[in-house]
Write a protein that binds this ligand. Sequence first.
Ligand SMILES: NC(=O)c1ccc[n+]([C@@H]2O[C@H](COP(=O)([O-])OP(=O)(O)OC[C@H]3O[C@@H](n4cnc5c(N)ncnc54)[C@H](O)[C@@H]3O)[C@@H](O)[C@H]2O)c1
Ligand SMILES: O=c1ccn([C@@H]2O[C@H](COP(=O)(O)OP(=O)(O)O[C@H]3O[C@H](CO)[C@H](O)[C@H](O)[C@H]3O)[C@@H](O)[C@H]2O)c(=O)[nH]1
Length: 331
Amino acid sequence: MTTSDNATVLVTGGAGYIGSHVVLALRDQGRAVVVLDDLSTGRRSALPEGVPLVEGDVGDKALLAETFARHGIGTVMHFAGSIVVPESVERPLAYYRNNTVKSHALVEACVEAGIGRFIFSSTAAVYGMPDRLPIDEQTPTSPINPYGSSKLMTEWMLRDTAAAHDLRYVALRYFNVAGADPQGRSGQVSKVATHLIKIAAQTVTGQRAELQIFGDDYDTADGTCVRDYIHVSDLADAHVAALRHLEAGGVSEVMNCGYGRGYSVREVLAMVERVTGKPLPMRIGPRRAGDPPALVAGVERIGRTLDWTPRHADLETIVASALSWEERLVR
Ligand SMILES: NC(=O)c1ccc[n+]([C@@H]2O[C@H](COP(=O)([O-])OP(=O)(O)OC[C@H]3O[C@@H](n4cnc5c(N)ncnc54)[C@H](O)[C@@H]3O)[C@@H](O)[C@H]2O)c1
Ligand SMILES: O=c1ccn([C@@H]2O[C@H](COP(=O)(O)OP(=O)(O)O[C@H]3O[C@H](CO)[C@H](O)[C@H](O)[C@H]3O)[C@@H](O)[C@H]2O)c(=O)[nH]1
């Protein structure tokens, strides 16, 4: 290993939704953290006091080299990127640039600086429309939109770089990330919300008049789509566990990140109503293009590889934390 354990962790995109929860988890473990973020969708206020923010572009190799050296970086956790699937269909080249080309610059800068540990935010979108559940990591990857392709290409870059250079990595394929820090220190603040639980929270707080269920004629138990929702703080803990895995000399690995349990859109919305004790204004709309009927993670590999025990694996906790965060935002 070229770098010492407990060296500072660089979190790219650390001012965003998931990255900021990982920064909190690292700090809670007493880890030294530096964030690099261009604040395009992230916010400085998402960072706890005392965490240095390098405001800049993750594709800027000179800035990366300087940041690595100045802060004694030993591991890079890479969250910076663009994440809106329909936007990726309209602006594919922007997505390949921000997600793939800039990841190339980052991985290359790591190799040049001798940084040997890399943790990457990947996505269930790399699987596309799989026809078998649960989806384990052996399921063929077949993304159906530029977002998924842009992330899969980065996984391939990491695989090939790890084979040729002194770099080990963990790519975590997140399923549906939701919820907010139980202590209310961070949560989701998207200008343009698309995620179901976020939209439900905006409806509960009166920012939207109603929400639409995108299709109730799928081949699922109640006709609505099924997803594997994971609490963002459990996901953050999985990153800390991945860091420990690499620091202990663990091998490079791609792992699903979910609970292995699916909930339908109707079940999620029923939980929102249960938590608030009020009916949620909703109506059935048409299917949204590109939605697979059901996505549930196979989680055997992460359970076997990482020392990770989810602490919030419960839909009620996920929904309740998302709602309290939204109430804080509108207060
Ligand atoms: N939210 C999800 O459900 C989900 C699911 C699967 C994977 N992911 C992945 O997780 C990561 C984080 O997603 P998120 O939901 O926190 O999104 P987010 O938009 O809240 O966070 C992305 C962060 O990256 C920053 N950023 C974007 N481009 C940058 C650039 N070129 N240089 C520097 N900073 C840049 C943004 O300012 C923001 O702070 C992404 O890589 C995303 O693909 C998210
Ligand atoms: O207003 C809404 C919003 C969503 N949905 C439904 O709720 C389910 C979940 O949708 P989300 O938009 O919350 O999440 P996705 O499953 O589409 O997307 C997630 O999984 C993708 C992989 O397939 C990507 O990784 C993406 O970043 C991640 O958020 C889908 O059936 C969707 O149609 C609605 O019915 N109404």
